[in-house]
Design a protein around this ligand. Structure first.
Ligand SMILES: Cc1ncc(COP(=O)(O)O)c(C=O)c1O
Length: 392
């Protein structure tokens, strides 16, 4: 019998997510407080669940249109128009996907030929680079740093530009740093993309989780609309991670190709989730505001707590992550996270899991109760206090 042939190189060589490793260890331990998870601790608001139950009771268990329910696409179009003054036609510019995750995948597969490069400012969401690789592209990390509040430096983008560069992939408010990008910087990024014929992929899944200032919707910027693919969804703002509903908007020609891939590989997003999303966008705004207000209070408790322990932490403007520096302890982010987990049973994610610029930081989610955040901070303080003072 001949030996089984090897699996695909690209898939085989994908790194294991740095987040997963910590979750696996934490899951095998007792009494762990996890600041590691990247999802709301709230349950989906009742009226949304009820709408889904009702739809099941009525026997709505079929496929939908490949594009998704037209009522949902209309609501999304009206929402984007009202909130950000961007106009997308529900018929051919809004595609309902299985989360932003599917959207990113099919968008990258739509625009990339093998070897095309995508500029990815880091630290960033763990899936961006693997998704580029799986689409046959080459992710090119562009470092951002804490000293500049993780702002994108267009000169750094320019320095990485080659004839193969095809797109830039950004996501603000940011997972993991919690920063939003100033409008002027985003406008510079758009100009850079315009000068070089690049697509902009903008993952705005945390757009509603903003505590200071306002969200900038990238396609609303001058010169952006024609080259931007916008991703958003229901996972974070409506506490609907398990329903798997997202959407992608963009120029009609690009959407038509994306739709082909979606229709062959996914057919459509699940109907029950779409019905739930429809209810969410129509009536759950008060719940969104309430959850945002609670995240806002937790954010302050966490950030003040880290700063009082001596772990410098900037105030994140959005999402639900704090990104304190652990440099003052003399430990690397990995050692800090690993020892904290084993010695004090608190799970955090080392910043290095999110790429360049994440070294010396840990990502801590405040999508958990104030009581748990306070207890975690007490444990972190004990951990830091017993460390030998680093020699300078
Ligand atoms: C920045 C970012 N984009 C996308 C996703 C995935 O979103 P979805 O649940 O819509 O697939 C996440 C989930 O953590 C995220 O943090």
């Amino acid at each position: 019998m001949a030996a089984l042939k090897p699996i695909a190189k690209i898939a085989g060589q994908l790194p294991v997510s740095g987040i997963r490793r910590f979750f696996d260890i934490a899951a095998s331990m007792q009494d762990v407080i996890s600041l590691g998870v990247g999802e709301p601790d709230f349950v989906t608001p009742w009226q949304i669940r009820e709408a889904a139950i009702y739809s099941l009771e009525r026997g709505q268990t079929s496929y939908t249109s490949n594009w998704g329910l037209i009522e949902l696409r209309r609501e999304i179009g009206a929402y984007l128009q009202k909130r950000y003054k961007v106009a997308y036609r529900p018929e051919d510019q809004i595609l309902i996907t299985v989360g932003v995750s599917e959207g990113l995948d099919i968008a990258l597969r739509t625009i990339l030929d093998p070897g095309d490069e995508v500029l990815v400012p880091e630290p960033c969401y763990v899936s961006y680079k693997p998704c580029v690789s799986l689409a046959g592209g080459v992710p090119v990390a562009v470092e951002t740093n804490a000293v500049d509040n993780f702002a994108i430096d267009v000169d750094r983008l320019r320095a990485q530009l080659t004839s193969r560069t095809k797109a830039i992939l950004i996501g603000y408010p940011s997972n993991p740093t919690g920063v939003t990008m100033p409008r002027s910087v985003l406008q510079d990024v758009v100009r850079f993309a315009e000068e070089n014929g690049l697509y902009i992929l903008s993952d705005e899944i945390y757009d509603r989780l903003i505590y200071d200032g306002e969200h900038t919707c990238v396609p609303s910027l001058a010169g952006a609309y024609e080259r931007t693919i916008l991703f958003n969804g229901f996972s974070k703002a409506y506490a609907m991670t398990g329903w798997r509903i997202g959407y992608v908007c963009g120029p009609a020609e690009i959407m038509a190709t994306m739709m082909k891939i979606h229709s062959y590989t996914m057919l459509c997003a699940p109907i029950t989730g779409q019905k739930a999303a429809l209810e969410a966008i129509k009536s759950a705004e008060p719940h969104v505001l309430d959850m945002v207000s609670q995240y806002g209070q937790r954010r302050k408790v966490m950030v003040d707590g880290f700063n009082s322990i001596g772990l410098h932490c900037h105030m994140p403007q959005g999402a639900f992550y704090a990104f304190p520096s652990v440099a003052a302890t003399g430990l690397s982010a990995e050692d800090f996270a690993e020892r904290l987990l084993f010695e004090q049973h608190v799970a955090v994610v080392p910043g290095t899991a999110f790429g360049a610029g994440g070294a010396g930081h840990i990502r801590c989610s405040y999508a958990t109760s104030v009581e748990k955040i306070e207890l975690a901070l007490t444990r972190i303080k004990s951990f830091v206090e017993q460390l030998p003072k680093p020699t300078t």
